[in-house]
Each structure stands twice: as structure tokens, then as C-alpha cells.
Design a protein. Structure first.
Lengths: 106, 261
């Protein structure tokens, strides 16, 4: 069903959105809340410090594995541009441009 | 276009330790000794640093808006979801699950599962956010999404002590996420297939760029390989988005074990 109303707010839809917002808010503040209440050892801190990159890789790995040569090559382009220029915007644009190009070729 | 370095260099002129060094990062234990501030300047720095990323995420927001509209949500409903949930992957999966009647439990539980990683990410910011008042710390976290979390992590690890950085990046994310959702939902069916314009690749591109940023040299290799192997295997074997959490946990666990040596 394609909703026609641009500004329509269905009560059930709003309810589901509010529920989504609540569980999401809970996940966002939950980690810090727990952390404030327990003592963190140096060992655990070392574990936490690798989380940023590890989660990025955990999201990225399956995402790229589901792609094909076009996506892999475009990811290489992003990496290369990022390495050279350190500009997020430039590497994003190159990557998106590259994926469109590679998809057309492959 | 100046990237991160420009905004870093603009401020704290007296602090030469401000710039991250490229050497092996030895225990970024900024929790000791160094103060964490919460200033307007920090908000501004975060906003400006996140701006190019937020613009990139806008491409993703347009895709979400279009998907939401196709799933039957109105522009107002799509915008409301973006404004209150602010979690790209979860929102896109949610509208993919959307049907008539709405599978409420599935949508809410899947949202929870996808976003559980935010607890880990919030905890990773803990050493700095703990030093702010609860309202500032928790309030900033509400605006946390993947991309601005990574930028904030990088900033705070560099030792700048800008506690308001997360809030600034969050504001940039929120503004562009909501605005691009409205654009996408309004454009609706006008643009046909997001894949034709490479919009579906924006998320992957953002993460490749962030991975390049987060690379800390050889010490990063083992935890990243563990995360990669775990996530790819779990994505095949476990339903939903649990693989993200599993990958993160596995890497952290390995690092905790390795810490002795």
C-alpha cells in the first residue's frame, strides 16, 4: 500500500515509531549506565578500546561479502582516496561514483 | 573538504599534544590526569568535523526516505522516525519488515537487536563521558549513530578532551538525517532504483573510510581479523543483525585475553 497522505500520522504507526525510539534510546544510554556502576579493570578497558574498529569491520565484512567485484573494487577506491586525501567527502564521492561505473562495466 | 585536520588545528593552539600521533597507540588512557571539557567550542568542532560525513549520510537518508514511502509510510511518519530513532541500519530494516498489518513485535525486537551494538559503543566512550554530568553524557548519547560515534572516538582518543564533541557531531547527523529523509520521502517514487545511483553503497563507503581512520597499525590487525571472521560467519548462521554484536564481542574478548602479553 502506497500511502497517499504526505502529512498523515496513523496512531498505530506513531506508536510503533515511539516504541522503536524507546528501545533505541535504551541501547544508546545503556552501555554508559552499566559502566557507571561497575569497576572497569585495565584488562576490560583494553577490550573496550578495540570495539570501535571491530564493530566497523563487523558491519563492513558481511556487507562487502554480500557484494561483488564492483563493490569490492569501489571499496578499494574509497580506501585509496581516504589514504591519499584523508577527506571523507572526497572518498565517499569517489566510492559512489566508482560503484556506479564498475556496475555498468561488470 | 578540509577533512578533520583543519578543524582540529583551528583550536587549542597552545596544545601541541592535540594532534594524534601516528606511532603505535600505547594505552590511550586519557582517563587519567587529563581533563574533559564540555564547551560550545567542542560542540562546534564536532559539528564541523561531522559535516562532510553527515552530508554523505544524507545520501543514505534519501534512500531511507524513499524506502519508507514505498513501504506505505507518509512523509511525516518517515521524518518522525528519523527524528526520534536516529539509527540508519535499524530504520531501513524496519521499513523492509513493514507490512499490512504492521508486525509490531518483529519490528521493535529487530530494532533492539540491531541497535544493541550502541551499548558497546556508548561503553567505549565511557572513559570520557563518565566525567561529564549525567544529563550531558546521556543526552549526547541519544544523538549517537555509527558514523559520529567513530569520529568522536577518534577525537577523544587523540586526547583533545572535548566532551561536547559527540553532541556537536550528533546535531550534524540529526539535521542531515531528518532533512534527507524528508527529501527522499518526498521524492518518493520519482527516483526509481537507489542502486542505479550507487546510493546503496554509501553506507559501505562510509565504513571503509572510517576503518581507514581507525587503523592503528599492526596491533589492530588481530582484533580486526577476529571481528571480520566472526561477523562473516555469524551473518551466515545467525538471523538478524546479531553478527555485528558477535563480531565486536569476539574481538574485545580476544583483546582481553591477549592483554597479559
Amino acid at each position: 500500500m502506497i500511502g497517499e497522505g504526505t502529512l498523515a500520522l496513523d496512531p498505530l504507526v506513531v506508536g510503533v515509531i515511539v516504541a522503536m525510539a524507546l528501545v533505541t534510546a535504551l541501547t544508546k544510554v545503556g552501555g554508559l549506565w552499566v559502566l557507571r556502576r561497575i569497576e572497569v579493570s585495565e584488562r576490560l578497558e583494553a577490550g573496550l578500546s578495540v570495539l570501535p574498529g571491530a564493530i566497523v569491520i563487523a558491519i563492513l565484512g558481511p556487507e562487502l561479502a554480500a557484494g561483488g567485484p564492483a563493490e569490492w573494487s569501489a571499496a578499494g577506491v574509497v580506501l585509496l582516496v581516504m589514504w591519499r586525501t584523508e577527506s571523507i567527502l572526497l572518498s565517499l564521492c569517489s566510492g559512489v561514483g566508482a560503484v556506479v561505473l564498475f556496475r555498468a562495466i561488470v | 573538504m578540509t577533512g578533520f585536520d583543519g578543524s582540529d588545528a583551528d583550536h587549542d593552539p597552545g596544545d601541541s599534544a592535540d594532534r594524534p600521533t601516528d606511532g603505535p597507540v600505547e594505552e590511550t588512557r586519557s582517563s587519567d590526569g587529563e581533563s574533559v571539557t564540555f564547551s560550545r567550542e567542542g560542540v562546534r568542532a564536532g559539528f564541523l568535523t561531522c559535516l562532510p560525513v553527515a552530508i554523505g549520510v544524507g545520501g543514505y537518508g534519501i534512500a531511507f526516505g524513499m524506502l519508507a514511502r514505498q513501504a506505505g509510510l507518509s512523509v511525516a511518519e518517515a521524518a518522525l522516525m528519523s527524528a526520534t530513532v536516529l539509527a540508519g541500519a535499524a530504520q531501513i530494516v524496519a521499513v523492509e519488515l513493514w507490512a499490512e498489518p504492521i508486525p509490531v513485535a518483529t519490528v521493535v525486537l529487530t530494532t533492539l537487536a540491531i541497535n544493541l551494538r550502541y551499548s558497546l559503543m556508548g561503553a567505549a566512550l565511557g572513559p570520557w563521558l563518565e566525567r561529564l554530568s549525567p544529563s550531558r553524557g546521556y543526552g549526547s548519547l541519544l544523538l549517537m549513530a555509527d558514523e559520529n560515534w567513530a569520529l568522536t572516538m577518534r577525537e577523544l582518543k587523540s586526547g583533545s578532551g572535548r566532551g561536547a564533541f559527540l553532541l556537536g557531531t550528533g546535531i550534524a547527523m540529526w539535521v542531515f538525517w531528518v532533512a534527507s529523509t524528508i527529501v527522499g520521502a518526498t521524492a518518493g517514487g520519482v527516483i526509481g532504483d537507489p542502486a542505479r545511483y550507487g546510493i546503496d553503497f554509501v553506507l559501505a563507503a562510509v565504513f571503509v573510510a572510517l576503518a581507514a581512520e581507525l587503523w592503528e597499525g599492526r596491533s589492530t590487525l588481530v582484533p580486526w581479523l577476529v571481528a571480520l571472521a566472526t561477523a562473516v560467519a555469524a551473518a551466515e548462521l545467525v538471523p538478524g543483525r546479531w553478527y555485528i554484536l558477535l563480531g565486536g564481542f569476539a574481538a574485545a574478548a580476544v583483546e582481553v585475553i591477549r592483554h597479559d602479553r
